[in-house]
Write a protein that binds this ligand. Structure first.
Ligand code: ATP
Length: 324
């Protein structure tokens, strides 16, 4: 391998810069040139790239977002779009790719690498943690720490006013941000798509949780079945008129900010391993970490939704026990 292309695609996540840095420095260490494509797969199709050297990734490990920018590319979903991407890669002498993103990014990478027999290794860069083949994705730890920090502040004001707060966190199809941050903030209950809970279940939980507690916090994942935090707030306000019910939607602050040390270390390790994997002939796989060990997982499997496994009933029970 002489020249590795690197790109970030789909939703951004804190730690993507640390991952880019690791891919660039790892490539240079092994005497491989490295080229950064801008705006995900759009950069491959539009031939929009920058050669990268050691210095180009200096002072970025601590920065959120992605210096390579990211985008969703409709063109890459078409055969013609992917053909143009392949021709550009060939013309630029790029012989392998590292793609950093989530399930959509890996779906595209999987199609492309099979279509053109092109070596690709993926790095799990998403705040959702919804990929198989890794305990944690790059960005998840930063996102849940942002949630915890925000909800701690909400707890202060909730406690002062005897308020019931419904806080909505990101996760259209995945409740993993809600689950872990919910435990971290001592939430009374969480509502997530994987648990099939409705507002009645929450009412039941509130009735059985500590009566003497001045403030109550419910964490709702965006993709929850009830229809989001405002809907849940309406239902609970009706049932608990004595509580001053407030709704807070955290939104995009969850995607920004400095990556935590956990995410920086994970991104750094996986980024270098992605390069080493390509050198050893790996392709069509995502590199992840399970029980501290490095694992290569075929894209087909990495994108299988295994949230149910990661959520598992023991975590839900933990929340029940702690808020009882
Ligand atoms: P996140 O989960 O953080 O949002 P993601 O990688 O899942 O990240 P998506 O927008 O779903 O984000 O996917 C990123 C890009 O991957 C898409 O814009 C598209 O270019 C490409 N992609 C997704 N699905 C396919 C597909 N079936 N064929 C080709 N390319 C695809």
């Amino acid at each position: 391998i002489k020249n590795i292309g690197v790109l970030t695609s789909g939703g951004d996540s804190p730690g993507m810069n640390a991952a880019i840095r690791a891919v660039v420095r790892g490539s240079i260490y092994y005497d491989i040139e490295v080229t950064g494509f801008l705006r995900g797969y759009e950069g491959l199709i539009n031939n929009d790239f920058i050669p990268m050297d050691r210095k180009s990734v200096a002072n970025i490990i601590q920065r959120g977002g992605t210096i390579l920018k990211t985008a969703r590319s409709e063109a890459f979903k078409t055969v013609e779009g992917r053909k143009t991407a392949y021709e550009n890669l060939k013309a630029n002498g790029i012989d392998a790719l590292v793609v950093i993103g989530g399930d959509g990014t890996f779906t595209g990478a999987n199609v492309f690498s099979k279509e053109f027999n092109f070596p690709i290794v993926g790095l799990p860069g998403t705040i959702d943690n919804d990929l198989a083949g890794t305990d944690f994705t790059i960005g998840y730890d930063s996102a849940i720490n942002t949630v915890v920090d925000a909800v701690d502040r909400i707890r202060d004001t909730a406690e002062s006013h005897d308020r019931l707060f419904i806080v909505e966190v990101m996760g259209r199809d995945s409740g993993l941000i809600a689950l872990r941050s919910g435990i971290g903030v001592g939430a009374e209950a969480i509502m997530i798509p994987e648990a099939n809970m409705n507002a009645d279940d929450i009412l039941h939980k509130l009735e059985h949780s500590r009566k003497d507690k001045a403030s109550k916090i419910i964490i709702v994942a965006e993709g929850d079945d009830t229809g989001g935090a405002f809907k849940v707030g309406e239902i609970l306000q009706e049932k608990y008129p004595h509580y001053d019910t407030k709704v807070s939607v955290l939104g995009h602050i969850q995607r920004g900010g400095k990556p935590t040390c956990m995410d920086r270390v994970l991104a750094s390790r996986l980024g270098v391993v992605a390069v080493e994997g390509l050198i050893q002939g790996e392709s069509g796989v995502m590199v992840g970490q399970i029980n501290r060990e490095i694992v290569f997982t075929p894209f087909d499997h990495a994108i299988k939704h295994i949230n149910a496994e990661k959520v598992s009933s023991k975590w839900l029970k933990l929340i029940d026990i702690l808020s009882f």
